[in-house]
Structure formats: C-alpha cells, structure tokens
Design a protein around this ligand. Structure first.
Ligand code: NAG
Ligand code: NAG
Ligand code: NAG
Ligand code: NAG
Length: 259
C-alpha cells in the first residue's frame, strides 16, 4: 500500500511528458530525431572561448541517409527553437550569419557531406568541430553560411540537420543551452560592472608589489643571516635570486626587476 502512492503520482507526471514527446516527435516535418549534439569533452582544453565552442562531430548519428546527404549545423537563439523551420534554405533570408541576433535568430553553417563523418571513426582522427572559428567571412554578406565568431555569450542551442538536396531528411534533437565565457576583456559585448576588473587589477598589482618588497626583505635577512653564520654566500645567493623571480615574474615583472 505505501508503494501505490508514488506510482500514481509517477503516472500522472508521465502522461503529459509522453504527450509532449509525441508532440515533439511529430513536429513540423515528421523527421526522425536523433541524439543531440554535445560539447567535446573538456579534457581537450579550450572547449569554450568568448566567441567559439567545440562540439563532437556527428559520427555514427545519421546512419540511415544516402551518401550525398549534406549535414548542416544549426546555431540558434533558444527563442528560435520551438518553431524552427527545417525547410528554410541555408544561408537564405532568415538564416544569414551576418544578421544573427539582429534580424535572424538562427543560422546554418559547417555544411559537409555525410562522407566526412565516417562511422566508426578511425583511431587518431580529430572528431570535433569548432563553432565560430572563421573570422575572414564574418562581415561578408556573400558568405551567409560563414562559421563566424559568435556575437556574444549566448546562450545558444545547436542541432545537426541532414538535407538531401533542399529536402530535410533527418535531424538531431537540440543541444542543451550553451553559454560562452565572458571573462575576456576584448569581448564584443560590454560586461556590466566591468569597472570592477580594473580595480581588481590595481589592487592585485599593489598587493604583489608589497609582497615582492616583503619577500626581498626576507631574502636580504636570510642572505645576511647565512653570510654571518657560515660565509658560504656563493651558494645561497643564486638560490635567493631564483626565489625572488619565481614569486613575482608572472604578475608584475617590471617593479620586481627594479627592486
Ligand atoms: C531508413 O530510411 C528509409 C527510407 O528513407 C525508411 O523507409 C526506413 O524506415 C529507415 N530505417 C530506419 C531504421 O530508420
Ligand atoms: C517553412 O519554410 C518553407 C520555405 O521557406 C515554407 O514554404 C513553409 O511554409 C514554412 N513552414 C512553416 C510551418 O512555416
Ligand atoms: C541590424 O539590422 C539592421 C536592419 O537590417 C541594419 O541596419 C543594421 O546595420 C544591423 N546591425 C548589425 C550590427 O548588423
Ligand atoms: C556549403 O554551402 C555553401 C552555400 O550553400 C556552398 O557554397 C559550399 O560549397 C558548401 N560546402 C560544402 C563543403 O558542401
């Protein structure tokens, strides 16, 4: 009897979920919906920057499409996801990279035939895609499918779409929202309250200068002490210099040199 209660509430929450899934599956064009793109494993490093992110290639995802099928990556503002129209031509009106987040809320890029995503992958193959890596075409209206730098921190959602000619034949589900780094001082979007960072830099500099002075004092004391006690100053002096540089060089090279 205590078990019946959870089961009932489970069934009650499952029904709307099931309906939602059915509704999504029978979306605008009845395409099979495959596993969503994911960010490449973070062990690679540089998985996200202020204007790019790295995805795993869709290997072994589109297993039932013909050989000349072209796989596109769709990058969308999350608001454009619910009524995204798979039939709009890549690079056409409403899909231009150069208008992204201005007058369009999705663009399509990184087109390649399915032959470039062989399955299984060969050992040692680089099987990732960097979204946002092409700076040359970012402003070129003649290249509306440019893989240009993303215009801000996002979030963005992405999916792969398989087109046979201009006909959508398969798609993945949409990714989770992807938010980019904002800590870059050269970012396109001004970060509110970025005045803090200047203050922080000044404070850090002052602290590191004070620390360097303190350290220099300690080193001088040590040197003086060892000179007085043993006289083997030829050994301890180079060591002391190394210690001083190590603690200051990456933060504030010049004042440390002057000390
Ligand atoms: C593969 O595609 C064909 C036609 O495109 C379709 O009839 C068939 O059901 C598909 N098979 C699977 C497993 O999706
Ligand atoms: C999707 O886009 C195509 C091509 O622009 C258009 O013909 C079709 O009516 C659109 N479908 C919906 C549901 O808006
Ligand atoms: C945004 O779109 C408007 C109208 O299409 C255009 O005048 C403006 O230059 C665009 N802004 C950017 C940043 O592309
Ligand atoms: C990608 O699409 C663009 C525009 O449709 C086309 O010019 C280009 O040749 C395509 N590239 C590949 C590799 O299919």
């Amino acid at each position: 009897r205590p078990h019946s209660c959870p089961r009932h509430s489970g069934a009650r929450t499952m029904l709307p979920l099931l309906l939602l899934l059915l509704a999504t599956a029978h979306g605008l064009d009845d395409l099979p919906t495959l596993v969503a793109p994911v960010l490449a494993s973070s062990s690679l490093g540089g998985q996200k920057t202020a204007s790019t992110f790295v995805l795993d290639q869709p290997r072994c995802v589109f297993t039932n499409v013909s050989k000349d099928t072209v796989i596109w990556l769709v990058v969308a503002d999350p608001r454009a996801v619910p009524d995204f129209n798979n039939s709009v031509e890549p690079g056409g009106p409403g899909r231009e990279f150069q208008q992204f987040l201005n007058s369009t809320f999705a663009y399509m890029t990184l087109n390649t035939t399915i032959l470039n995503y062989p399955c299984p992958k060969n050992p040692g193959d680089i099987t990732v895609l960097r979204v946002g890596s092409e700076t040359r075409c970012a402003k070129d209206k003649k290249r509306p499918t440019c893989n240009g730098p993303l215009p801000g921190p996002g979030p963005y959602r992405v999916k792969f779409l398989a087109l046979d000619g201009s006909k959508p034949v398969a798609q993945t589900a949409w990714s989770e929202p992807i938010t980019l780094r904002t800590a870059q001082p050269s970012g396109n979007i001004p970060v509110p309250g970025s005045g803090h960072s200047a203050g922080m830099i000044a404070l850090t500099s002052i602290l590191s200068i004070l620390f360097a002075i303190l350290l220099a004092g300690l080193v001088a004391m040590l040197l003086w002490g060892s000179d007085a006690s043993s006289g083997s100053s030829t050994f301890s002096k180079p060591e002391a210099v190394t210690v001083q540089r190590y603690n200051t060089h990456h933060v504030y090279d010049q004042p440390a040199a002057r000390l």
